[in-house]
Design a protein around this ligand. Structure first.
Ligand SMILES: *Cc1c(COP(=O)(O)O)cnc(C)c1O
Length: 411
């Protein structure tokens, strides 16, 4: 063992400050875990330096590979998702990239749902293609279409429920079953469900979970509900299989995707309230969606908990009759409204702000041209009207309703 601190009486003050020997008493306890920051991690001896393995959480090697703070957050996110290992990355999109780069090689193919989170499709088109990795889009509401597209080159299938922006709730259990039967690894983007609406590994909720019926890998944009503040970007990749985890962790290590400890602390603090927040967002969203669907300006409501929404029966089967449903929904305006009119509606909203992302306290709105976001061949989007997506925040729902009403009345 090496000596610690300064040699009494022989050091200059600056050296004493850097090598100070004071140690606070052990045994401090508080509701929040401590925040430990490090790029450099100090070892007690050369032997310890050589013995420690960054791949295991038995010790610390370098800030990039974890501190007590990030290890703690990893464990809690793994618990939230019902998995056993977790890797943290700087954004939800980086979580998707981490999975793609860990699993895919030149000559492989990845399948993405046609209603996937848009930047995930851009990654396949703009980045993976440059590495010799091809992709195909599949119709996620039609399991036979997925089945037909799985071929000898297929190495990975992405799943997402419901679809980003358009909110169709896909037959997730059926899609995951096809992947399992065909021996293809599946990865679920579980940002909407946040680990609360259903379990991504054992599909279902509470006692209705079916062991092993879900995906092999579950990613989440912690940016959304786990953060809950609209102020932090982070992503997670959770697994249950040690070999798969090691593969993802190796890629993570080689590419240097560490996260900031302050951000980890923010998420640790928010995580304690995630379920009450999720339920509050859900309650307000259903109230406003239920009101909007009766308005003559609206042709179609897209919210999985409402019967008229595509895939409602899949949501009900997965999440239960008393199921949870996040604070997100979209509406399709009647085709008589041109996109300029719908833009003007969005501009007239005062409490709803124009902005991407969701899961924070402030309500947000974005108009989308869905036709341009979809594959022409698959033809999965049939509506003529303009789609507007709402992310319902934590404001009083009656104030949000009044805001919607004043903006609609000017249409
Ligand atoms: C926001 C989001 C992401 C990406 O998260 P970022 O942290 O913004 O990169 C991925 N998937 C879904 C479904 C999302 O909503």
């Amino acid at each position: 063992m090496r000596g610690a601190g300064t040699i009494a009486g022989m050091s200059k003050p600056v050296t004493d400050l850097i090598h100070h020997t004071y140690q606070p008493p052990a045994g401090f306890q508080a509701p929040q875990p401590g925040v430990f920051k490090a790029s450099t991690v100090i070892f007690p001896s050369v032997a310890a330096m050589r013995a420690r393995d960054w791949k295991h959480k038995s010790g610390y090697t370098y800030g990039l590979h974890g501190t007590p703070t990030t290890f703690t957050l990893e464990e809690r996110i793994a618990t939230l998702e019902g998995g056993t290992q977790c890797v943290l990355v700087p954004s939800g999109l980086a979580a998707i990239a981490n999975v793609n780069l860990a699993l895919l090689r030149a000559g492989d193919e990845v399948l993405l749902p046609d209603n996937a989170y848009g930047p995930s499709k851009s990654m396949a088109e703009g980045e993976l293609k440059n590495w010799g990795i091809t992709y195909q889009l599949y119709d996620p509401m039609n399991p036979a279409d997925l089945e037909a597209r799985i071929g000898p080159k297929t190495r990975l299938v992405w799943l997402e429920a419901p679809g980003s922006v358009t909110m169709e709730f896909v037959p997730l259990a059926h899609l995951a079953q096809i992947c399992r039967q065909r021996g293809v690894t599946s990865a679920l983007d579980n940002t909407w469900g946040a680990g609360l609406a259903f379990n991504g590994f054992d599909l279902g909720r509470g006692e209705r979970r079916t062991p092993g019926s879900g995906a092999d890998i579950v990613v989440q944009a912690l940016t959304k509900y786990p953060s809950g503040g609209g102020d932090v970007l982070m992503g997670s990749v959770v697994t249950r299989d040690d070999a798969l985890h090691q593969q993802i962790k190796l890629t993570h290590m080689r590419l240097g995707w560490g996260i900031g400890v302050d951000d980890a602390e923010t998420i640790l603090r928010s995580l304690a309230s995630i379920e009450v927040r999720y339920r509050a967002h859900d309650r307000s969203a259903r109230e406003l969606a239920g009101w909007l669907r009766m308005r003559p300006e609206i042709a179609q409501l897209l919210h999985p908990a409402f019967e008229e929404s595509p895939g409602h029966e899949h949501w009900q089967a997965l999440c239960g009759d008393d199921g949870l449903a996040a604070g997100l929904f979209s509406v399709v305006f009647d085709a008589r409204y041109a996109s300029g009119q719908v833009d003007a509606f969005c501009d007239r909203l005062r409490l709803f702000k124009l902005g991407y992302s969701w899961g924070g306290p402030m309500s947000l709105v974005v108009p989308y041209d869905v036709q341009a976001m979809r594959s022409k061949q698959l033809g999965t989007w049939k509506h003529q009207g303009i789609l507007v997506r709402f992310s319902i925040g934590l404001e009083a729902p009656e104030d949000l309703r009044a805001d919607l009403e004043q903006a609609l009345s000017a249409l």
